[in-house]
Design a protein around this ligand. Structure first.
Ligand code: NAD
Length: 291
């Protein structure tokens, strides 16, 4: 069993991005600048945004955090987005999800200039991705492709089961892995909450991407020997023995699945750090495309 080490791979990526930033500066070009909008005080969202800002500092980017109160109106948020759309120094920005219930998430994502949409959530980028045209790939699926590629996991002709059909993970993952591309060329099945014969499907799979958000859902009896496992799930579980008061659980029951796997991502330290590294990569790309 080989651990797909997202912590190590993302550190390597960050070194590569740092080098690219140094090169841009040497050529007298601008420093990449990522902005993040956070609305409210959701604990997990604050942790993610802070990690993104810290990652920007590590690779030599400029970063701006726009921290808005929970009661911010949709109109005010749209105004902030327009300011970022028209600010020439900002290469890319993200609006941290989920948003408070009184704000229409779709309307907000549609307002982001696709050229600065480094999360890859705007319909223009989703459409371009689907047609295999240059676009910003959503960071989590992009990070998974990168891990599979760097660890030379064979995907061509393999049976892949993606569990989950969300717009940010499951759906794009299934599209990307079915395309003619590195870490692609696979035969992909998308399973979701209405899927009836999931275990039959997972038992056939060479690669399983678990992105459903139910802790330790995928167990050893559901997978075949030699399977590759990508565990996207991150759920906080109350744990008084931990300093933070919680522990992070993936969607895979690691103890029973790992012994049957050829490759497996741990949680934490698998897909999570890759997601942040790919956001940095997209921001670098946005900056380079402008110059
Ligand atoms: P979501 O919560 O939007 O959707 C869950 C999906 O799982 C749905 O499509 C649903 O149909 C499917 N599902 C639910 N129950 C199921 C069942 N019993 N069998 C089969 N399918 C079922 O999903 P999301 O936003 O993609 O998040 C999934 C998990 O991934 C969450 O734990 C989230 O925190 C985590 N996540 C991690 C990262 C990362 O960087 N590591 C990024 C995004 C999301």
């Amino acid at each position: 069993m080989i651990l797909l080490d997202g912590k190590k791979t993302s550190a390597e990526l960050k070194v590569e991005i740092t080098e690219a930033v140094k090169e841009l500066k040497k050529q007298g070009k601008k420093t990449p600048h990522l902005a993040a909008i956070l609305v409210g005080t959701d604990g997990a969202s604050m942790t993610y945004v802070n990690a993104k800002v810290k990652a920007c500092e590590m690779v030599g980017f400029n970063s701006t955090l726009i921290d808005l109160p929970e009661e911010t109106s949709e109109e005010k948020l749209l105004q902030e987005i327009e300011n970022l759309n028209t600010n020439n120094d900002i290469d890319g920005f993200i609006v941290q999800l989920p948003l408070p219930k009184h704000i229409d998430e779709q309307k907000v994502l549609m307002a982001v200039n696709p050229d600065k949409d480094v999360d890859g959530f705007h319909p223009t980028n989703v459409g371009r991705m689907t047609l295999d045209l240059p676009s910003f790939l959503p960071a989590t699926p992009y990070g998974i492709l990168e891990l599979l590629e760097r660890y030379k996991v064979e995907t061509s002709g393999k049976q892949v089961v993606v569990i989950g059909r969300s717009h940010i993970v499951g759906r794009p993952m299934s599209i990307l892995m079915s395309q003619k591309r590195p870490a692609g060329d696979a035969t992909v099945t998308v399973a979701h909450s209405r899927t009836k014969n999931l275990k039959e499907l997972t038992l056939q799979a060479d690669i399983i991407v678990a992105a459903l958000g139910i802790p330790e859902f995928l167990t050893g009896d559901m997978v075949k020997d030699g399977v590759t496992i990508i565990d996207v799930g991150i759920t906080r579980i109350d744990d008084e023995t931990k300093k933070a008061g919680y522990r992070l659980a993936g969607d895979v029951h690691f103890e029973s699945v790992a012994p049957k796997s050829s490759f497996i991502t741990p949680v934490p330290g698998g897909v999570g750090p890759m997601t942040i590294a790919m956001l940095m990569k997209n921001t670098l790309l946005a900056c380079e495309r402008k110059s």
